[in-house]
Design a protein around this ligand. Structure first.
Ligand code: FEO
Length: 177
């Protein structure tokens, strides 16, 4: 059973994951507006991935006897100065999310809540992967500079991304036992 404090913190993270999804859909829409359909596709996949993270929190809170409480999702920005500025904003956002996950782990350890700590370790690894993936895109985008041809090629490459559910994740509620 989750402590009240832990349940509240996990519900806040559920909100943060939904906001992440919302933010990446906003970025996808911005890319579509610029005609960067590959970047848009990458962002749409990212938005769906965040939704799957939210579902993981939703399932875990319920499974541990907690009450899922949904709160308002902040409106994300709708424009950025450039595609590079947008990906830099992704880096900043993911760094923030990593900090939030680490705070949750600290709380789970303080409460000796081993099950929650174990659940959160998946997210600790996921954040390492996400940060590395975005850092690579930012680096490559910086290298393209003003070169439209290079940006077009990178856009095409990013458009290859396909959303796949992380292992052990589902977007529908598990069947009743
Ligand atoms: Fe759900 Fe991008 O972390």
């Amino acid at each position: 059973m989750l402590s009240e404090k832990m349940a509240r913190a996990l519900n806040e993270q559920l909100n943060a994951e939904l906001y992440s999804s919302y933010l990446y859909f906003a970025m996808a829409a911005y890319c579509r507006d610029l005609g960067l359909n590959g970047c848009a596709r990458w962002m749409e996949a990212q938005a769906l991935e965040e939704l799957s993270h939210a579902v993981k929190f939703y399932d875990f809170i319920s499974e541990r006897g907690g009450r899922v409480l949904l709160s308002s999702i902040e409106a994300p920005p709708s424009r950025w100065d450039s595609p590079l500025a947008m990906f830099e904003a992704v880096t900043k956002h993911e760094n923030k999310v990593t900090g939030l996950i680490h705070q949750l782990v600290d709380l789970a350890i303080a409460e000796r809540d081993h099950a929650t700590n174990n659940f959160l370790q998946w997210f600790v690894s996921e954040q390492v992967e996400e940060e590395a993936g975005v850092a690579e895109i930012v680096q490559r985008m910086r290298l393209t500079g003003e070169a439209q041809g290079a940006l077009f090629m990178l856009d095409r490459e990013l458009g290859q991304r396909v959303f796949t559910l992380p292992p052990g994740t589902t977007l529908v509620a598990p069947a009743a036992k």
